[in-house]
Ligand binder design. Structure first.
Ligand SMILES: CC(C)(COP(=O)(O)OP(=O)(O)OC[C@H]1O[C@@H](n2cnc3c(N)ncnc32)[C@H](O)[C@@H]1OP(=O)(O)O)[C@@H](O)C(=O)NCCC(=O)NCCS
Length: 152
């Protein structure tokens, strides 16, 4: 099985919406993903699996914004079927390499305090906590942990 990285396209949105539903307490809507396609500062990638029976199905995706030397990660998810195989780590590594080529020097994100899997993923990827946003997620009142990583 191989992973293959491509830019987010209209054809991916149906599969992404299915992953959103099972991955987030507040899933993004179709219209939000459609807006991503038109957003000039969006930096969005999809991981597809090739080989065997998995031909070209979406396994993971990431949605970021790049403004100047800063990148913000807005969304990252891996299909439950393909978790714990290193796909998110691989996706982040590849995004960091591509972002460096666009002169990005710092990467930021917010993550729910309770999302232990994601926090562990980000710690492993070299992020450090730079802040905490109280009551950030309105539907649950959860705090957000703000993380940052310098790219070199
Ligand atoms: C968080 C998520 C993206 C991780 O994807 P993944 O491909 O399974 O992650 P990887 O296999 O690359 O794992 C990398 C590291 O993340 C951490 N991790 C991943 N899943 C974990 C889990 N269920 N529990 C604890 N740590 C976990 C571990 O540190 C792991 O390193 P290790 O394998 O050496 O232990 C995935 O669980 C997901 O899509 N969750 C729902 C969406 C979400 O929460 N996105 C983040 C929003 S900020």
């Amino acid at each position: 099985m191989d992973f293959n990285l491509s830019s987010l396209s209209l054809h991916d949105i149906e599969e992404i919406l299915a992953i959103e539903e099972v991955s987030f307490k507040a899933p993004w809507s179709r219209s939000l993903f459609l807006e991503e396609l038109d957003c000039k500062t969006a930096f969005d990638y999809v991981v597809k699996l090739t080989g065997g029976e998995n031909d070209e199905s979406v396994a993971a995706y990431i949605c970021c914004r790049i403004i100047g030397s800063e990148m913000n990660i807005l969304r990252i998810a891996v299909s439950p079927k393909w978790r714990n195989l290193g796909i998110a780590s691989w996706l982040l590594d590849n995004c960091f390499k591509m972002a460096l080529n666009k002169s990005v020097t710092s990467v930021f994100l917010e993550v729910r305090d309770s999302n232990r899997a994601a926090i562990s993923l980000y710690n492993k990827a070299g992020f450090t906590q730079i802040g905490n946003r109280h009551n950030y997620y309105s539907e649950t009142g959860e705090d957000a942990v703000v993380l940052m990583k310098k790219l070199t």
